[in-house]
Every structure is written in structure tokens, then in C-alpha cells.
Design a protein. Sequence first.
Length: 164
Amino acid sequence: MRERLNPTINAGSMADIAFLLLLFFLVATSIENPIGIRVVLPKYSETSVQIDESRVLTVQLNKLDEVSVEGAYVVIESISEKVSEHINHRLSIGQQPILSLVTDTSATYATYIAVYDEIKSAYHVLRDQAAMSRYATDFDRLDEEDRKSIKEMIPMIISESDHY
């Protein structure tokens, strides 16, 4: 009588194949970096600076996602206009305008972004107007030196806090 052989599978090559598949998926997979809000922070200073309150326009976002500008409730779409008026008025009397964005920590992120976009939109429109009057072109089409001069003319100074 013949002895029956037990067939076996060589597992050594399977480990090689698994390693190659793992390596392939690591190389072929792209991981996107999250895009955040780009903000240039000021340098840290131990001393505090006194600011004339009339230079500051306060935009508040409460926990119910309601927005107020200088204490008066507004719709998000009107923020850009109010910010533009404040900036134009302060620049016309030779002062640098400051915008204060006060957000309750319970407010939704989507509303915060919408408010922030409206504020940045106001600055973008004003810088476009200044570029048109000075260089007869859009702000985005200016070279770096001309863009810098417009940014100095209309500085974006935004103070943010999470106290309401």
C-alpha cells in the first residue's frame, strides 16, 4: 500500500506578494492635506498697545449663529458692505481701520467661514478698486511690488477672539 502525501502550499511567496501589494497601495494612494484659513499672525509682544476704539468695527457671531455688526443684528450678506463703509471712512480720515471678529465657541464652523469670507471679500473688492484706479487692472493681475503697495494702502487688520 502506498503512503498518501499531504500536499502543502508554499507560504513564502504569498508573503512576498502581500508585501508588494502593500507597497503598491502606499505608493499609489494620494493623501490630501487639509486646507485651512491662511492667516499671518503678528509677532508676539509683552507690551500692550492702546487702540482708539473708533478705529475698530466689531463683528460678533453668537452661539445661535446670529451675526451682529456694532451690536445691530445683520444678515451675513450685508457684512461686506458694512466692512467696506468702515474701511473707506477710516482711510479717508487717515486712520488704519481695524476689524474685530468675536465668535462664540458654540457657533458653527460653516457660519464662521461665511462671515470670514464676507470680511475678506470686502477687502478684496476695495483692493480691486484701488488697483483699478491706480494701475488700471485687477488686484490679482498686479505684480508683487504693485500688490504690496495696494496692501499697504488698504491693510487687512483683523483681530479675532472667542469671547462673546
